[in-house]
Design a protein around this ligand. Structure first.
Ligand SMILES: Cc1cc2nc3c(=O)[nH]c(=O)nc-3n(C[C@H](O)[C@H](O)[C@H](O)COP(=O)(O)OP(=O)(O)OC[C@H]3O[C@@H](n4cnc5c(N)ncnc54)[C@H](O)[C@@H]3O)c2cc1C
Length: 500
């Protein structure tokens, strides 16, 4: 019997023989969002993904969510170890003498198989150093929220209720102490199941791709295709333009050259940047690989004086322009500590538990020295890099404020802060930068729509192009970025107008 993926996958040999009009590297939310948008506008699109097909939806939308011992093992099928460090340890990291301390996921669907679902927007003030302002970005936020069937939050209509609605007493208690809290916006479909309509659960790019009418096998004439387990190792350049990519088929080990009219980077900020470095683009533009960052991340456990006797609670304390961080609080639990390998644990709270899990994400400042650097020796080119990112004095002050705020929230809830920890850079898994966008080609790698200033036919659609990020978790803004950049690319190629 053949694998399920044979029903929809296009073999790399078929893709190499025909070439691609638009070749998208990566099948996470950035890649699939851009690919579907390009296909919907009439372009022929091929997605190439390094990882294997493991699931057709997010892990929390299906029965595996109940299998707590199996979930980490599913992660392990597609999880790769990576290294983030600081300048003081950069030489050791590049020499290969440091152990990996972080994770990356390589799978059809990328991190959308496992992500936690929280989808706030950036504040208007977060766009201050972006080449488009908040008002200009808003239409893409609205479209991205509709695309991922987001629920809750301030922007949503009445037909998409909150996913967790038992949080009122917690929100009121925080409000009594001057801390404005709300229900979290989540990328989870809460529209009613009725008249033949099923809920879509957590957003996942693989589920979106499988639902797409243009998607199928190239041999069957499909306009939008997927080739999995193929790692793009190099970009083929000629006369200042990208003409195609070189890939390694991970099943056979064979190398293939694939001609492409347009190449779209969507490997996630670190991998899109790593590929640009591996292709030598830093020789064309020394800013390639620079200004990389990740959220500041403080995690805590709050012990309430007694159980809340609620099914589940999930409160969101939004950032303010003068408070550059936000808080997500989930419970109730007996005892719990965040593990990215069990991202759905919050679905299984214990109503009689007395513990709230507390995450606080803050804005970090990426400097020119914060960068992706290539290393050697891992045996897998996609792993041969280190991210070097230092905390700035401003970051350290924000971390202090984040920790102090944790105690203020604890006091407001009459809770004991049983444990509080500052995670190192990279741990938030919300990385950005490396191919920063801007209007001024002397100060940026890509233009305001992710097209490279100095290399033709190459566009990036993920958070590698962000010059900075708000405190908001990145998924929604990546999805909106991908929509926006894909639409601009299609318009440039003569396939439809730009929305605004
Ligand atoms: C456990 C967990 C919980 C999270 N929770 C949240 C949350 O609650 N809210 C939120 O906003 N964000 C959350 N995130 C972060 C969020 O999932 C990511 O920011 C977002 O999904 C990144 O999307 P992406 O498409 O840019 O990259 P990815 O999802 O990483 O997809 C990139 C894909 O490209 C492939 N690829 C890379 N390089 C190549 C190459 N050279 N050749 C071929 N393929 C390549 C990779 O294999 C990968 O599958 C979470 C992440 C994790 C892991």
């Amino acid at each position: 019997m053949q694998a399920l993926s044979s029903v929809f996958e296009t073999p790399v040999e078929t893709l190499a023989a025909s070439g691609a009009q638009c070749l998208v590297i990566g099948s996470g939310t950035a890649g699939v969002t851009a690919a579907i948008e390009l296909a919907a506008r009439g372009l022929r699109v091929a997605i190439v993904e390094a990882g294997p097909f493991v699931m057709a939806e997010h892990i929390g939308s299906g029965p595996f969510a109940a299998q707590h011992a199996m979930v980490p093992r599913i992660h392990d099928l597609v999880r790769k170890r990576t290294l983030w460090t600081d300048t003081a340890h950069a030489d050791a990291a590049r020499a290969g003498t440091m152990e990996p301390n972080n994770n990356a996921w390589e799978a059809v669907g990328g991190r959308t198989l496992f992500w936690g679902g929280c989808t706030p927007r950036f504040l208007d003030s977060d766009f201050a150093d972006w080449p488009c302002d908040a008002a200009a970005f808003r239409p893409w936020y609205a479209r991205a929220e509709a695309l991922i069937s987001a629920s809750g939050g301030d922007q949503q209509g009445q037909d998409v209720p909150h996913f967790i609605d038992d949080t009122g007493p917690l929100i009121r208690k925080l409000g009594d102490h001057g801390i404005a809290a709300t229900y979290p916006p989540l990328g989870i479909d809460t529209r009613a199941v009725r008249n033949g309509r099923m809920s879509r659960g957590f957003d996942s790019s693989i589920a979106r791709l499988l639902r797409c009418p243009q998607f199928g096998r190239m041999a069957d004439g499909a306009q939008l295709t997927l080739t999995a387990e193929c790692a793009v190792l190099d970009l083929q350049m000629q006369d200042g333009a990208v003409r195609g990519v070189r890939v390694r088929d991970r099943r056979s080990g064979a190398m293939h050259d694939i001609a492409a009219q347009e190449v779209i980077l969507a490997g996630g900020a670190v991998q899109s940047t790593r590929l640009a470095l591996a292709a030598g683009l830093d020789r064309v533009d020394p800013l390639v690989g620079r200004y990389v960052g990740d959220h500041l991340f403080v995690q805590a456990v709050l012990k309430m004086p007694e159980a809340l006797n609620r099914q589940a609670v999930y409160a969101f304390i939004p950032p303010l322009p003068e408070r550059p961080f936000h808080v997500q609080m989930q419970g109730m639990f007996g005892d719990v500590w965040y593990s990215p390998l069990d991202a759905t644990m919050w679905l299984d709270g214990q109503p009689d538990g007395d513990t709230l899990l507390y995450y606080c994400f803050g804005i970090s400042h990426a400097t020119r020295e914060s960068r992706v650097a290539l290393t050697g020796g891992a045996g897998d080119p996609l792993r041969e890099y280190v991210v070097i990112a230092d905390r700035t004095p401003e970051d350290l002050a924000t971390l202090e404020a984040m920790e102090a705020f944790t105690h203020r929230v604890g006091a407001a809830l009459s809770a004991r802060v049983a444990r509080v920890e500052r995670h190192p850079a990279g741990a938030a898994l919300h990385e950005f930068g490396g191919l920063r966008m801007g209007r001024d080609a002397a100060a940026s790698v890509t233009d305001p729509f992710g097209a490279f200033h100095r290399i033709a036919h190459l566009t990036c659609v993920d958070s590698a192009i962000w010059p900075s990020q708000g405190s908001a978790n990145s998924y929604l803004t990546i999805t909106a970025t991908a929509l926006r950049n894909a639409e601009a690319l299609a318009a440039r190629l003569g396939f439809g107008a730009v929305l605004s």
